[in-house]
Design a protein. Structure first.
Length: 380
């Protein structure tokens, strides 16, 4: 009842259909001097799912694919700067935004460590505020003619305000800026493909990761030909980018997703879990807020001072019943109603105890050493 391996296992752990294909590929040889046919097939499939896109390039991790997308945008535009909102990986282009600004306090952690990131990169990536078009406009105006890319998620925990995504699209189009939607986590959760398909706003590049291979390493940058051709004037290469299992897993996962209409299945499961949290909160008097994409649900205790204590207690209690869980839940097609029923009973009991603590009837719920660390802030 947690995040299914940091997000990838959308069809459940060790999905037999996907894993069988991967095992066959390993038995036939998973690493060859040439690219495998499945790489081309996966590129064609992703492009067919996103009609605005013409080409794809693959990698093995989400942060890496985001870095590739930024490089392509810089190469295609001849400009250096990136305006971003949210979290996009560990690479220098992103972490350097914190130098002299402390901006990652809002997007990542209170004290994001950035040692080892060259200070010379200061000012090359600049953050803007989610749902605040003026803040993006200010970045573009303050760096006139220098912004290569706008990088953001379509949405995460806060819905886009009316006109926000359209406004971002227009600002990018009017200023020759490459719009990159980071769909590493949002992809395949509400649609068969990027979440942007739901909103009808097309980026110039989209980045996919996590769920694409149901736990096998494959990530992708898909994009418009004129932008993707930026690849031809820069160096982007890695031995294992052409390794076969990721492509085989990606194709098998997409086939299973399509067969099951997984995005509908996991949305329904996510809605049930949100309802469980809300019912438990209502019946015990605990105050919470829930996130917006049902298949990657989250909730927060409104008592922010005690939030870490409550989250830690919840995890500790669930573990006593061999359940991994906290305030994040990524739905998979393998989550069964019977598990949700058991989970609801436990969550209600946990919230009841939290309420007692709230009222001062009992003391601290976990030992000092059991407190969970802070989670990503993301801002979006
Ligand atoms: N982008 C987004 C939106 C993410 O949520 C994540 C991971 O949580 C990443 C990028 C980084 O992906 P990875 O951990 O595969 O490098």
């Amino acid at each position: 009842m947690s995040i299914m391996g940091i997000g990838p296992n959308i069809l459940g752990y060790a999905n037999e259909t996907v894993d069988r294909k991967v095992i066959e590929a390993i038995q036939m040889g998973n690493m060859s001097t040439f690219n495998c046919p499945e790489e081309v097939e996966l590129a064609e499939k992703l492009v067919s799912m996103h009609h605005w896109a013409d080409m794809a390039k693959f990698a093995k991790s989400g942060g890496e694919a985001n870095s590739i997308a930024v490089r392509i945008a810089r190469a295609a535009t001849g400009k250096d700067k990136v305006a971003f909102c949210g979290y996009h990986g560990w690479h220098d282009w992103y972490l350097s935004s914190d130098i002299g600004t402390g901006t990652l306090k809002e997007h990542l952690f209170e004290d994001t460590g950035i040692a080892g990131v060259p200070k010379a990169l200061a000012g090359t990536s600049i953050s803007f505020v989610w749902n605040d078009l003026d803040s993006l406009k200010a970045v573009i105006d303050n760096h006139k003619g220098e912004v290569a890319a706008v990088k953001m998620e379509v949405t995460r925990n806060i819905l886009p305000a009316e006109g926000f995504l359209e406004g971002v699209r227009d600002l990018c189009t009017n200023n020759g800026i490459v719009l990159i939607f980071d769909e590493c986590t949002s992809g395949f959760r509400e649609t068969f493909g990027g979440l942007h398909l739901k909103y009808g706003i097309n980026p110039d590049l989209a980045v996919f990761g996590k769920a694409l291979g149901n736990g096998h390493a494959v990530t992708a940058v898909v994009g418009r030909k004129d932008v993707m051709e930026g690849c031809n004037s820069t160096f982007l290469s890695s031995t294992f980018w052409s390794e076969r299992t990721g492509f085989v897993a990606g194709l098998a996962t997409l086939k299973e997703m399509e067969r099951l209409k997984s995005w509908d299945v996991i949305t329904a499961i996510g809605e049930k879990v949100q309802t469980i949290w809300e019912r438990a909160a209502d019946s015990t008097g605990v105050s919470i807020t829930t996130g917006v994409i049902p298949a990657i649900s989250t909730f927060g205790f409104t008592n922010s001072e005690r939030s870490s204590e409550y989250r830690s207690y919840m995890t500790k209690e669930l573990l006593k019943h061999n359940i991994v869980g906290g305030n994040l839940f990524f739905a998979s097609t393998a989550h069964a109603d019977v598990s949700l029923k058991e989970y609801e009973g436990l969550v209600t009991e946990i919230f009841r105890t939290i309420k007692k603590r709230e009222l001062g009837d009992i003391g601290q719920l976990v030992d000092d050493k059991e407190f969970a660390g802070t989670t990503f802030r993301r801002l979006n």
